[in-house]
Design a binder for this molecule. Structure first.
Ligand code: SAH
Length: 190
């Protein structure tokens, strides 16, 4: 199977919904999660659907959750655009409430938690299958620190990478690098 990422500009976007997660970050998430065709993935805070769409290409099933109805609508549109709407459950709810009815998680991605991060990690951790993986994407320093501390408290050994990507802009006089916002990926395998 050829590995091909979707370019950021190919997603349908809205100024009311964050995302998509940048292409290079989506690429890292696919590798670091070791997602395969047998995995059930939960994307908590699916936003534009950037991560949901990429994982839907490979996973057995993706459950995408967002508390913002506009995010669910947008994720649905993007899934349709890329013909990936078959193996998806879209849930409009806050992550913590939605997780109550979800069992059997192979990969949990937390891309938005709005103050519920500790509780979300606690619940997700208790529902992970053997060999399950938790991934937090964090742009706030506070989220990074909190995710690391909570995962350690839950007995995980989180790995942390801070990703600083710059993309080259080709000008007449040379190539100028333009930096994207740094993002941390905090991940743990059980
Ligand atoms: N990874 C996404 C972008 C995520 S932006 C992409 O690639 O497109 C973060 C999202 O998390 C926002 O849409 C926000 O509404 C959602 N969010 C924040 N707190 C949440 C919570 N407690 N439960 C569910 N969704 C939440």
């Amino acid at each position: 199977m050829a590995v091909k990422m979707i370019e950021d500009s190919d997603f349908i976007i809205s100024n009311e919904v964050p995302g998509p997660t940048k292409e290079e970050i989506r690429c890292l998430l696919l590798c670091k999660s070791e997602v395969s065709s047998t995995d059930i993935v939960v994307d908590i805070g699916c936003g534009t659907g950037g991560i949901t769409v990429e994982f839907a290409k490979i996973a057995k099933k993706v459950i995408a959750i967002d508390k913002n109805p506009k995010a669910i609508e947008l994720t649905s549109k993007n899934l349709q655009k890329f013909n990936l709407d078959k193996k998806i459950d879209l849930i409009e709810n806050d992550g913590l409430s939605a997780l109550k009815s979800i069992e059997n998680i192979d990969i949990a991605i937390v891309g938005g938690s709005g103050g519920d991060l500790n509780d979300i990690l606690q619940v997700v951790s208790s529902k992970l299958n053997p060999n399950g993986r938790i991934i937090v994407t964090a742009i706030l320093i506070d989220t990074k620190v909190q995710a690391i501390a909570k995962l350690k408290e839950l007995g995980h050994k989180p790995k942390i990478i801070e990703v600083n990507i710059s993309r080259g802009k080709v000008l007449e006089r040379g190539v100028m690098m333009e930096a994207l916002n740094p993002i941390s990926i905090i991940y743990s395998k059980i």
